[in-house]
Design a protein around this ligand. Structure first.
Ligand code: NAD
Length: 468
């Protein structure tokens, strides 16, 4: 509301430079003690965290409702249930992941054996955005714990209820020398923390801030994972089940009122099915949220006035085929379909990150692919088609982070698959085993027996080249 800005500075304690230094030193000592190494320790921490989330569950759903008007069902499935699944998956596999991998050794090193050890990185910093403010802070933390690291967490100050709740949960659950949480304005807190050397920084957020994170990592050569955003296209082919496509797209787009990094950003629809598909979309929106989505308990709000203003501006950049109603007081923007948009309009150049869905017709798949390829590599791509050929053309000819065929968003719920962007949509990946790999260093060690010492490699070489 009106006092959000003031509240932010009044209630969120800002860490001082000295406190940041003390926290860093405490974590360094904790990590150096070796406490985080054993499998049993990591397993216990993951279980502890799961228990804490269970205990806080109602309060988590309340906070998410307060920050984003998320329905408890939506909040549970995207931010809480998702984490339970991920924790179970990690617990099931962690022991096996931690085993050194035995690999073969080249004959010239005979008699040798080779192993790849998965070594913890050390001190890690995890920074989250406001759109899935709970899940996007905790999910990377699972990887940090599994990998045997210490972590400092930075939640988004733009979701203040969730930030406060995360702080209570983490402080109650962990020794800050092992896992700590620091609230506050990212522009102040992060540079302060990153003046110290972290072994890894895991950032989820916008492209401009992602660039700043990478810059701050340079002096210490700290590796970064950047989970960013972009314009994720959604292609609707001529050969398609229009009703199912419309429902799945409307679900993925208007989930969290479009404030999802992998939300379908815009639609490219074959001109022959455009009318039928647009009608089916309208129908799906009505089925989901009724005639007045403002009155629906199932529909979220913009995070703040600033984002409301940005997204509301997009409504002027095309013909409103459906929706278009707004209310700045409640930060409400109706699920909106936009047609007749120009490629050079801001709505087709910027990540929309709100409930406005531009629909653009195409004549041939080649044209659609060419249009997608003019924009930076997206985080996600969705294609709705019955044609294997269309499927293959998009997968082969468009670079994107990940995506779905005949579905939206759900690829990221499979812990067997890596999640991450490419190019401007990010670098690095996580989920399941990939989280463990992101938060560990593969340390290669070759061990040679001394019972035999093959003399070929030693000088003087004389005619030894002939032996090779
Ligand atoms: P943001 O980049 O503004 O903020 C993210 C975090 O960075 C926050 O914790 C914030 O405090 C901190 N921050 C802000 N300014 C900073 C600065 N100058 N220096 C250091 N840290 C700073 O992003 P947001 O608005 O919270 O989130 C929306 C963006 O995140 C969208 O672009 C979306 O696509 C992207 N996103 C990506 C994923 C993914 O998994 N790839 C998931 C969710 C959101």
């Amino acid at each position: 509301g009106k006092f959000g800005y003031i509240k932010k500075f009044k209630f969120i304690p800002m860490i001082s430079n000295t406190q940041a230094g003390e926290l860093y030193e405490a974590q360094k000592a904790y990590f150096d003690s070796g406490a985080t190494l054993p499998y049993n320790f990591r397993k216990a921490q993951l279980k502890r965290l799961k228990k804490a989330i269970e205990q806080y569950e109602t309060r988590i759903l309340d906070a998410l409702h307060q920050d984003l008007h998320k329905h408890p069902m939506e909040a549970y499935s995207s931010e809480v249930g998702f984490l339970y699944e991920e924790i179970s998956f990690i617990l099931e596999h962690l022991k096996e992941w931690m085993q050194p991998e035995v690999v073969t050794s080249p004959l010239v090193t005979y008699p040798s054996s080779s192993r790849v050890y998965r070594e913890p990185l050390g001190l890690t910093l995890i920074i989250a955005p406001w759109n899935y403010p709970f899940m996007l802070l905790i999910s990377p933390l699972l990887g940090a714990i599994a990998g045997g690291n210490c972590a400092i967490l930075k939640p988004s100050e733009l979701a203040p209820a969730t930030s406060a709740l995360l702080t209570a949960l983490i402080k109650e659950t962990f020794d800050p020398a092992y896992i700590a949480i620091v609230e506050g304005d990212g522009g102040v807190v992060i540079p302060m923390l990153m003046s110290y050397r972290f072994d890894h920084v895991f950032f989820t957020g916008s492209i401009p801030v992602g660039k700043k994170i990478m810059e701050m990592a340079v002096p210490h050569l700290t590796p970064v994972t950047l989970e960013l955003g972009g314009k994720s296209p959604c292609v609707v082919d001529e050969k398609v089940n229009v009703t199912v496509a419309a429902k799945r797209i409307a679900w993925g787009k208007f989930w969290n009122a479009g404030q999802t990094c992998v939300a379908p950003d815009y639609i490219l629809v074959h001109e022959n099915v455009q009318a039928a598909f647009t009608d089916a979309l309208k129908q799906a929106i009505r089925e989901f949220f009724g005639d007045d989505p403002a009155a629906s308990a199932d529909y979220a709000r913009m995070i703040n006035e600033k984002r409301f203003d940005v997204v509301a501006k997009y409504l002027e950049q095309g013909h409103i085929a459906h929706g278009g109603q707004t209310d700045r007081n409640s930060k409400y923007i109706a699920p909106t379909l936009l047609t007749d948009v120009e490629w050079d309009a801001p709505v087709m150049q910027e990540e929309i990150f709100g409930p406005v869905l531009p629909i653009l017709p195409y004549k041939t798949l080649d044209q659609a692919i060419a249009a997608i390829r003019k924009l930076p590599y997206p985080l996600a791509l969705y294609v709705f088609t019955k044609s294997k050929k269309t499927e293959r053309a998009l997968i082969e000819q468009v670079r994107f982070g990940g995506g779905c065929i005949n579905n939206a968003l759900v690829h990221l719920t499979n812990p067997e698959m890596p999640f991450g962007g490419t190019g401007y949509s990010g670098m690095g990946q996580y989920h399941g085993r990939y989280s463990f790999e992101t938060f560990t260093h593969p340390k290669s060690v070759l061990k040679t027996g001394t019972w035999l010492d093959v003399p070929t490699k030693y000088p003087p070489f004389k005619n030894k080249l002939k032996l090779l």
